[in-house]
Write a protein that binds this ligand. Structure first.
Ligand SMILES: NC(=O)c1ccc[n+]([C@@H]2O[C@H](COP(=O)([O-])OP(=O)(O)OC[C@H]3O[C@@H](n4cnc5c(N)ncnc54)[C@H](OP(=O)(O)O)[C@@H]3O)[C@@H](O)[C@H]2O)c1
Length: 301
């Protein structure tokens, strides 16, 4: 393999993160310039027409497919975007293990994986074992690897804060725990850089924004940038879970969301790293700037 003649494949390219990673790779390593092949993989390649128009090759990639190794043929460096299969415990880990085994079979040299902060046993987050198990499988695979432990997306706040801002009340079980958010765009930039890197060593990065804030600090920031009063109302995790269900969150997902606050209260996502800047050369966006840039989404008419 000579420099500039590599084949990179991103799975989950029809998803938010995967699609953006492919766009960044095409913009930075356009096939005509560097000779780097960029392949976008998805369960449904018909959803990748926009990426194909920009120069990506497309392939069908489904971790549930028994012939998955075919999809990774000729690939040097592979990015596995963790799937969204949270409906059944163990399903997502089985998918990721199948993807790693297929990568080994296909002769992939280096695998990049999107994990979460502190997934080790003891995490209150129900899906943490998926990430921990995947990291363990990767370490045992014999492949080179880069693990990107993505902090919570700032975009997650778009699901909860608009309602809180509308009512003026933010129900939280996170206590004084600090949480680091990172924009999905910064996760995509870091992942594109890690995949396109010439570095074949094993690395694990915490992909975070620039600051860890308490819920009260986030509320004060949102209030000051968006110009609405917002009071944090402390509740227990059980109360939060009931409130989420009453607000229409599906029964299987309410405990997952509530566990995020337990995780924060336990200090398990109080992590700030310089990995985004190290990987990309550009500092991550602050929550203040994210609120400013997305004002209309936080304050829908
Ligand atoms: N850090 C955070 O706060 C946070 C928040 C939400 C999610 N996540 C995790 O990060 C991942 C990417 O985030 P996102 O915003 O892009 O989520 P998303 O838009 O919901 O994308 C879900 C992803 O799962 C992939 N997928 C589902 N089933 C698959 C299968 N059988 N085989 C291969 N891929 C499969 C989809 O790929 P195709 O549709 O292209 O096949 C798609 O890329 C999520 O899947 C989730 O694991 C992290």
């Amino acid at each position: 393999m000579s420099i500039g003649k590599r084949t990179l494949l991103v799975t989950g390219a029809a998803g938010h993160l995967g699609r953006r990673i492919v766009e960044l790779l095409l913009a930075q390593h356009g096939t005509a310039v560097s000779g780097t092949r960029v392949i976008a993989g998805s369960r449904d390649p018909a959803k990748l027409a926009d990426l194909a128009a920009k120069g990506a090759e497309t392939r069908r990639v489904d971790f549930d497919d028994p012939d998955l190794a075919q999809a990774f043929a000729g690939v040097d460096r592979l990015l596995i975007v963790s799937t969204d299969a949270l409906d059944r415990p163990g399903r997502r880990l089985a998918q990721h293990k199948a993807a790693i085994a297929a990568a080994v079979k296909a002769g992939v040299r280096h695998l990049v994986y999107t994990s979460m902060p502190n997934p080790e046993p003891g995490s209150p987050i129900p899906f943490a074992p998926d990430h921990y198990g995947t990291e363990q499988a990767l370490a045992a695979s014999g492949l080179g690897w880069t693990v990107l432990r993505n902090a919570w997306y700032a975009e997650n706040l778009l699901a909860s804060l608009p309602h809180a801002l509308a009512s003026g009340h933010w129900y939280s079980a996170a206590g004084d725990g600090r949480v680091t958010h990172v924009t999905r765009e910064d996760c995509a930039r870091a992942a594109a850089a890690a995949l396109a890197s010439q570095d074949s060593g094993n690395h694990r990065y915490d992909i975070t924004g620039p600051e860890a804030l308490t819920t009260a600090e986030i509320a004060a920031l949102a209030s000051s940038v968006l110009g609405r009063p917002l009071q944090v109302i402390p509740v227990s995790e059980a109360q939060l879970e009931e409130g989420l269900k009453a607000a229409g969150v599906p029964a299987f997902f309410a405990p997952v969301l509530a566990s995020f606050d337990t995780n924060t209260r336990a200090g398990r996502i109080d992590i700030v790293s310089d990995a985004v800047k190290t990987l990309t050369g550009q500092a991550p966006q602050s929550l203040r700037d994210f609120f400013s840039a997305n004002r209309a989404l936080f304050l829908p008419a």
